[in-house]
Design a protein around this ligand. Structure first.
Ligand SMILES: Cc1ncc(COP(=O)(O)O)c(C=O)c1O
Length: 442
């Protein structure tokens, strides 16, 4: 089936969503508040989620491998989290002061992640990376930051440079990518302060980092390239980055907004690297708005209002609100070592099933991922960096996304997906079988 046929089946099933979308267009540009969730001709409106499923405005149910972009590690509305939210909410929704919930969630995170000695909460991953970058600048007295081509770290200006559009297109040479604004409105001055690196090319990275070292405040790294294809770091790559940054006093920031879900102590535990700072989001809020940044105490102390000197002010009306903190705590409590074993098994079952399926078809594809995360790729090239993830046919990811929607399965438009603890082995097999049908009719 062509993408047009998948689209017409989709629109035939989603009449109520179309009506809502048309109403929404009158009051919101594009009809919603989140570019990432929009797709042409309109995204379906979601009415309800329970366990591994969501239901749309027309009452159609779908097995959810999106999980609000990997946030819902326990699935939708897990009873213990809902109960914790209700209890917290009954005692007040937000306060102009700290609560015990905040202390307990901070303790839980610092216990899990030894590199995080001290932590602060925000309302989004974007705010977390923004504060981490500012902190690195304050700590080092340097202005530039380095990031990888394709990597996404949220929507503040400093990181909206050379980001993945999911298209695998880079700018400049592969070994020396050129910084490009990912959005209009990012001022040219930003581009002068952002150094872009090629993923998995340690020698090229070393050369650029050595050249820029005296001006670089930080290197921000998503250790799994979570939004640019889940392309694993080659052996020794992250260790080399750690060594160079340490030698030059460049603050190494691990952006674990997504990758934290891959292990008790996050991807840094899995890869055995100790960054200076870490940013969090998604699962640590149990489904409510959240972010956090933390790390070395001597660096985080810039946020201590009791200390004098060049300190950083960090307001935020809803930072660490008790309802989010309670939801986050209840979620982390459910994430036992056994839970990670189960999540790994679900992810492996899915990746194994997809790999076997693709080996036997003429569609050239592959699947990457770690733990409960996966990414469907539509190229047979070896996957080493953002550019190598470019799909052979540009519309393949969207065709597969729509095809899966028509099969009653929700993923993301670009190919990223996640298993949740609400899923069974049969749910995973359902995914693989649905993908087989989507591919067979392409
Ligand atoms: C790696 C990474 N960093 C930062 C962010 C930004 O988080 P938020 O959407 O909560 O602002 C995201 C969001 O998807 C992310 O995946």
């Amino acid at each position: 089936m062509s993408i047009d046929k998948e689209l017409s089946e989709y629109t035939a099933k989603t009449g109520r969503s179309r009506v809502l979308h048309e109403e929404a267009l009158a009051v919101m540009p594009g009809g919603n508040s989140r570019t990432t969730t929009f797709f042409d001709p309109y995204p379906f409106a979601i009415q309800r989620g329970q366990g591994a499923h969501v239901w749309d405005a027309d009452g159609v149910g779908r097995l959810d491998f999106n999980g609000n972009y990997t946030s819902l590690i326990l699935g939708h509305a897990p009873p213990d989290v809902v109960k914790a939210v209700q209890q917290a909410a009954e005692n007040g929704l937000s306060f102009p002061g700290p609560t015990e919930y905040e202390v307990r969630l901070a303790e839980a995170l610092t216990r899990r992640v030894p590199s995080v000695q001290s932590i602060r909460f925000t309302n989004s991953g974007t705010e977390a990376t923004m504060n981490a970058v500012r902190l690195a600048r304050a700590f080092t007295g340097r202005a530039k930051i380095a990031k990888f081509e394709g990597a996404y770290h949220g929507t503040h200006d400093w990181v909206m440079v050379s980001v993945s559009g999911g298209d695998g297109k880079g700018t400049g040479s592969r070994k020396r990518p050129k910084p490009v604004a990912w959005s209009s409105g990012v001022p040219p001055a930003v581009l002068k302060h952002v150094v872009v690196l090629p993923w998995n090319d340690a020698d090229a990275c070393a050369e650029i980092l050595e050249e820029e070292a005296t001006q670089l405040a930080c290197l921000i790294v998503d250790p799994m390239m979570s939004n640019a294809g889940l392309i694993p770091p080659v052996d020794g790559f992250l260790a080399r980055l750690r060594e160079i940054t340490e030698r030059h006093n460049i603050v190494l920031i691990f952006d674990e907004v997504i990758s934290f879900r891959t292990a008790w102590g996050g991807a840094q535990e899995r890869f055995g690297i100790r960054p200076d700072l870490t940013t969090f989001g998604k699962i640590i809020g149990g489904g409510l708005p959240v972010g956090a940044f933390g790390g070395r105490r001597d660096i985080m102390d810039f946020y201590d209002p009791r200390k004098s000197g060049a300190r950083i002010s960090h307001g935020g009306t809803f930072n660490a609100n008790p309802v989010t903190m309670a939801a986050g705590l209840a979620t982390l409590n459910a994430l036992t070592p056994e839970a990670y074993t189960r999540l790994d098994a679900l992810g492996e079952r899915l990746r194994g099933g997809v790999t076997r399926l693709l080996a036997g078809t003429r569609r050239k594809g592959q699947v990457t991922g770690l733990g409960s995360l996966f990414w469907l790729h539509w190229t047979s090239e070896p996957l080493t960096d953002y550019r190598s993830a470019k799909p052979k046919e540009a519309d393949a990811p969207m065709r597969v996304f729509l095809g899966l929607l028509n099969e009653g399965i929700l993923t993301t438009q670009r190919g990223l997906g996640a298993c949740s603890l609400a899923m069974t082995d049969e749910d995973v097999d359902r995914f693989v079988n649905a993908l087989a049908r989507v591919n067979a009719r392409a």
